[in-house]
Design a protein around this ligand. Structure first.
Ligand SMILES: *Cc1c(COP(=O)(O)O)cnc(C)c1O
Length: 368
């Protein structure tokens, strides 16, 4: 591994391949694999990750918003791309870029049909989302009759898939809730297929769904966090490798006397003579203020150095009193061993939030 000389997010494509293959080994050969690459592939890099997953044999991609899909098309992604949260303002961009919208309520269904009809399109692929308990986006089961009668009036769109989303797939204490969602989805799918007269693909599982509910893999699974190396449990984490390492260097070392303070608003007051290191990474890079004041830490030469005082926009200060290190040495914010998941826990959040928040200012490098 090259030592960092500035703040970098190093992305290990070998680890991505390992995670993809591990998740694929959990599904049947004829079950399709949709890779969720929303939010710059969970904060890593949209283009390189999607290109590599396309090369590895993913079958589908999903993004949250239309603009993310447009970026993937510009990067040369040719696989189908499901837009999970399209808005009517983006329907032209969706169609111009051959993106496939999730239609989640009557308003977006009607408006999308209006646009596809006016463009004289035929069988444009769309996906229908049903709410089975998350209460976020999706039609309800008693909408089926009205959806089907709408669909029978037009040939401008065709339903490529119907899907739903689990609310607590990682939490086995909520197994009864998840099983109820799965059963509700099965009923919805059967009713829909019976009334429309053809069978779209069915899908429901995210990463933890893939791992915990093999009976709900249906025709396709949708994985995000697992590809990036997190399994949402200690046991599943063993089989996955975090793909992103966030590293920086020590810019300056200070000796701070007993009674002196460190950082804005004198938030840290030293009760002994200590040594601190200033690092070129701050809340504008994605290390939020909640990691300050002793909660979060970085790793320097194998030792934990707690963040002291308030996180600044472009810098943090860490306590290195008992660490053998010098200016220019590498500091690891997270990597495959000092994981983003454990750092996130120090601030009462989850890996998803920490990794998707690493800002565009941080240089991305790739290990191939
Ligand atoms: C983000 C998202 C996923 C991916 O979930 P992971 O837990 O990251 O695997 C799957 N499906 C939908 C609808 C999503 O919004």
């Amino acid at each position: 591994m090259p030592k960092a000389q500035e703040t970098v997010l190093e992305i290990n494509l070998k680890a991505l391949k390992h995670n993809f293959e591990h998740l694929k080994s959990k599904i049947k050969d004829n079950t399709k694999f949709l890779a969720v690459v929303k939010a710059f592939s969970y904060g890593s890099d949209a283009k390189e990750i999607a290109k590599y997953l396309q090369h590895l044999g993913a079958n589908y991609f999903a993004v949250a918003y239309a603009s993310e899909g447009v970026e993937l098309r510009k990067a040369g992604i040719t696989l189908p791309i499901l837009v999970l949260h399209p808005l009517p303002a983006n329907f032209n961009a969706i169609i111009d870029n051959c993106l496939e919208p999730n239609l989640y309520n009557t308003k977006v269904l009607n408006e999308f049909i209006k646009v596809t009809t006016s463009k004289n399109l035929n069988n444009y692929p769309v996906h229908l989302k049903f709410n089975t308990g998350l209460n976020r986006l999706g039609f309800n089961k008693n909408d089926i009759a009205s959806i089907v009668s709408k669909l029978k009036e037009t040939n401008s769109i065709k339903v490529a898939s119907i899907f739903s989303h689990l609310a607590a797939s990682e939490d086995l204490n909520e197994k009864a809730f998840s099983l109820n969602q799965i059963n509700t989805f099965k009923t919805i799918a059967q009713n829909f297929i019976n009334s429309i007269g053809y069978k779209p693909m069915l899908h429901m599982c995210n990463t933890s769904g893939i791992l915990n509910y093999p009976e709900a893999h249906f025709d396709m699974v949708r994985s995000g966090i697992g590809l990036y190396g997190f399994g949402n449990s200690e046991k599943e984490n063993q089989n996955l490798i975090p793909i992103a390492s966030l590293k920086t260097i020590i810019s300056q070392i200070h000796t701070v006397k007993k009674g002196d303070t460190v950082g804005y608003n004198m938030a840290f007051k030293s009760n002994a003579d200590i040594k601190t290191a200033t690092l070129p990474i701050g809340h504008a890079d994605g290390i939020g203020r909640q990691y300050g004041n002793g909660k979060g830490y970085v790793t320097i030469n194998g030792e934990k150095a707690p963040i002291i005082g308030n996180v600044c926009m472009d810098m943090i200060m860490v306590n290195i009193t008992n660490i053998d290190c010098k200016e220019g040495d590498e500091a690891i914010i997270f990597d495959a061993n000092n994981t983003a998941e454990s750092l996130a826990e120090t601030a009462n959040t989850i890996s998803y939030e920490l990794i998707t928040g690493i800002s565009k200012r941080v240089k991305r490098t790739f290990l191939k």
